[in-house]
Write a protein that binds this ligand. Structure first.
Ligand SMILES: [Zn+2]
Length: 690
């Protein structure tokens, strides 16, 4: 398959590829058709030109950025490979092999699973199906959508009649809003209006409880989405009622108390207190979802303190539970700083979704840094290369994936197996949203209220893709060619239908001091790290923006002063030799244990003053897949010594010894690979005394 850099090696080929190239007399016609919203051929696909983003309607506070209407962004290159791998794997076939989302699902009118799993599945396969223009996957999604839209109760309630829990409805609303943006299906608007009227009337006597009470902010997103389209005043009342009944996450983090590993005894889980406030307030997925609470609520409250609450939450989680893969520990409750603790896959994808929404509302570039760190490390790290199997819990120092109890705080012995539904099936249903929603967040819209002269485009995160949107009624196409995050060069080709002035904002990560940017070969002043660089000019067809991120290696400090190695947004691990042993066949897939075939107990031997000097980088082209264990597009080599006293117990690496460590073993050179490619790995290393 041709990567974009090969396919569009010349401008002529590029223009041909996006349907803009032709005889001089046909060019304006094509461009006019882009601007007027007709469909135009692109390769073998057709695209309707998407509209522009919808700004918040008064009295909602303005967002700094907005997500582009779904359908605006298409993946290219390695990201397209990744989405196709996902669709060819468990995501695209889950309904064929897992009864919980199969033909007997309650969300298809059957008597089977009727709670969160159908909605979770839909929340991921709707964007995946449309990103890939995959007709089979669209048909699968449509069945769930149609059943939900066609079976609304007379009073307005939606979903299977066998339960009336608000929580799974919160998830189906997220899926329906995406579907509506992609298809324009007006049934969604009327069903949501009627449902919200019903909920507004019923909530006072049947309030939010357990999961729904702790995840109310996800429903608020859908309420705001509908309000921006209809302006119906009772939706603002509903927003206030959700806030009033929902758990007060801002208060939890204003005075954060959960600073160490949360145990079963502390939660009194054995007494059946799993849905008590204490258990739900320290639950990983709930906290991942909660990160968006402040920014989303700030749209209603107008409070800047609410808007910045996401940063405070992330900072507290990082301080007391942070792991070098960008996650916080949660197996299944907050689990402290030891990198042998795990993080649940649901939390990874929900944290990503929170970051995407929070970045759009606040415009804070650090949220984009964190989003990339999760997308390029923790997300692929939890899957087999073919995405037919996943983990429930992943660990940064993961020396064995086998049936064991240690170190999980509250989870079961299958938690870090790769399989169909290790430990519990929530992640099986929920993981599909990770890559598609990330793809849909690569570019965003920026603008100010009541002044469309400031409307512009934001590169919020980087990966190969193309964007089609419109600004002030003019179609704008942007092609992003890059092998980021493996390599540091990003090229954007800007194609407005007619020359027009607008701002282009480029996220400059905090690690990227020294980034250089040029437009059509002319260098711009060096941008500031941890900011958005703003380029405002009259853009014309084929303008080229080149960004060179400095991909210097760097080290970060973790548990017991251990060291992790990073380069750009990638975290690097020592990939331990893997022996995959099938535990059982499981439908169309299987459950796997993975045992180490060699030693892993290395301490890094680094230059004490300039640790990065001790790391040598090798870059190669991206092969069959970006996170394949045996063909990683970037590798580092570093000196290390075995540390005999550091061992494993019951399948988990014992706590790292306090660094620096004295070590008399001979020095070796070891290779580090991207975290996502190493299914057994050491990511936080002891550091040798020098
Ligand atoms: Zn889960």
């Amino acid at each position: 398959m041709l990567l974009p850099s090969q396919a569009f090696a010349t401008r002529r080929h590029f223009l041909s590829g996006v349907g803009l190239f032709g005889l001089a007399s046909t060019l304006p016609t094509n461009l006019l058709s882009l601007a007027s919203g007709r469909t135009v051929p692109v390769g073998s696909q057709s695209h309707a030109v998407p509209g522009s983003a919808i700004k918040n309607r008064a009295p909602l506070a303005p967002s700094v950025f907005h997500l582009l209407p779904l359908g605006s962004i298409r993946a290219h290159g390695w990201l397209d490979q990744q989405l196709r791998t996902q669709a060819n794997g468990l995501s695209g076939h889950l309904d064929e092999t897992w009864p919980d989302v199969g033909p007997n699902s309650g969300w298809l009118g059957g008597s089977g699973e009727s709670w969160e799993r159908g909605p979770y599945f839909l929340d991921g396969i709707v964007p995946l199906a449309y990103l890939l223009n995959d007709s089979i996957l669209k048909t699968k999604a449509q069945r769930f959508v149609d059943w939900t839209l066609d079976h609304q109760a007379a009073n307005g309630m939606i979903g299977p009649a066998s339960n009336n829990d608000w929580w799974p409805r919160i998830v189906i609303l997220k899926a329906l809003t995406q579907y509506q943006e992609l298809t324009g299906d007006q049934r969604v608007i009327s069903v949501m209006e009627k449902y919200f009227q019903y909920q507004l009337a019923v909530l006072p006597s049947r309030p939010l409880r357990d999961w729904g009470r702790f995840r109310w902010q996800d429903e608020l997103l859908s309420v705001i989405w509908l309000y921006n389209r209809t302006g119906s005043a009772p939706l603002i009342d509903l927003a206030h009622l959700l806030h009033k009944q929902g758990y007060d996450w801002m208060a939890q983090y204003a005075n954060f108390q959960y600073k160490s590993r949360i145990t079963r005894e502390y939660l009194k889980l054995n007494a059946g207190n799993g849905l008590d406030d204490l258990a739900l307030a320290t639950h990983g997925v709930n906290n991942g979802q909660a990160i968006k609470t402040g920014p989303v609520w700030s749209l209603v409250s107008g409070s800047l303190a609410d808007r910045s609450a996401a940063l405070k939450m992330i900072s507290e989680l990082n301080r007391y539970h942070g792991l070098p893969n960008g996650m916080f520990s949660c197996d299944e409750h907050l689990a402290g700083l030891d990198p042998s603790q795990g993080s649940e896959l649901c939390t990874v994808v929900e944290y990503m979704f929170s970051l995407e929404q929070s970045l759009a509302i606040t415009g804070d570039p650090s949220l984009g840094d964190r989003l990339e760190q999760l997308a390029f490390n923790a997300l692929p790290g939890a899957f087999t290369d073919d995405m037919w199997a996943h983990q429930y819990n992943q660990e940064p120092n993961q020396v064995e994936c086998s049936l064991h109890h240690k170190p999980w705080v509250t989870d079961g012995p299958e938690s870090n197996l790769y399989g169909l539904e290790p430990n519990f099936g929530c992640c099986t249903a929920n993981f599909s949203q990770g890559w598609p929603k990330f793809t849909n967040s690569l570019f965003m819209f920026c603008g100010v209220q009541d002044n469309d002269r400031q409307d512009g485009i934001v590169a919020a995160a980087y990966a190969p893709c193309e964007v089609r949107t419109s600004l002030r009624g003019t179609a704008v196409h942007v092609l992003e060619e890059t092998n980021y995050p493996f390599h540091g060069r990003v090229q954007l080709t800007i194609n407005p239908a007619t020359p027009m002035s607008f701002p282009l904002l480029l996220r400059i990560p905090a690690w990227a001091a020294g980034t250089s940017i040029s437009v059509n070969g002319q260098s711009l002043p060096s941008p500031t790290a941890a900011s958005f660089a703003r380029i405002e000019r009259t853009w014309k067809l084929g303008d080229r923006v080149e960004i060179a991120f400095p991909m210097a290696t760097r080290t970060s400090r973790w548990f017991h002063d251990s060291i992790a190695v990073e380069r750009g947004p990638l975290v690097f691990s020592y990939g331990i030799g893997e022996d995959w042993v099938k535990l059982r066949d499981h439908g169309m897939t299987a459950d796997w244990q993975v045992f180490p075939t060699g030693q892993w107990n290395y301490a890094l031997s680094l230059d004490s003053e300039f640790p990065a000097k001790s790391l040598e980088v090798t870059e190669t082209e991206i092969g069959e897949g970006p996170f394949m264990r045996y063909h990683t597009p970037v590798q580092l080599s570093v000196k290390a010594r075995k540390l005999n006293e550091w061992r494993a117990d019951d399948g988990a690496a014992n706590p790292l010894p306090q660094s620096p460590v004295a070590d008399d073993q001979p020095e070796e050179t070891i290779t580090l690979i991207p975290y996502g490619a190493a299914k057994l790995r050491i990511t936080a290393f002891p550091r040798c005394k020098t």
